[in-house]
Write a protein of this length. Structure first.
Length: 141
């Protein structure tokens, strides 16, 4: 099983379009091929962002539907505790929690559309930082 941390932008993209690569990653989660690695802080971020009015308008789901999605996602995810914090490291302080989840959870990859902000620190920690397209390319033998 491939263990990944999904940046919040992956979940928002998946919720907006069932035809995109982000949604396909969630399908791999559902099939048990990919296991998301999350911390409590990161999960709270997912919940807060997916329930923002502008996000709800974009993805068209109700709060109950978002809650059901997140409950299912949590069931399939692996929770990790933060043993070490490295802050601040990234240009956006909210991204630090994503990196910390990946490093502390010993994830195989961090999947994001925000490669630029994560790439340098990903190398520092020996972490693959991939876009969804790169992630699918890496899956192919």
């Amino acid at each position: 099983m491939i263990r990944v941390v999904l940046d919040t932008n992956i979940l928002t993209a998946a919720m907006r379009s069932p035809n995109g690569l982000s949604f396909q990653i969630l399908e791999l989660v559902r099939q048990g091929i990919v296991r998301p690695v999350v911390t409590t802080t990161l999960f709270v971020e997912y919940e807060a962002v997916l329930n923002r009015p502008e996000q709800m308008s974009a993805h068209g789901l109700s709060r109950d539907e978002v809650d059901r999605f997140l409950s299912s996602f949590a069931f399939l995810a692996e929770g990790v505790l933060i043993h070490f914090r490295w802050r601040p490291l990234l240009p956006d302080p909210n991204d630090d929690m994503v990196l910390e989840a990946a490093v502390n959870g010993r994830a195989d990859a961090l999947v994001t559309y925000n490669i630029r902000d994560f790439a340098r620190e990903g190398i520092r920690f020996g972490l693959s930082v991939l876009t969804p397209a790169d992630f699918f390319r890496a899956l192919k033998p």
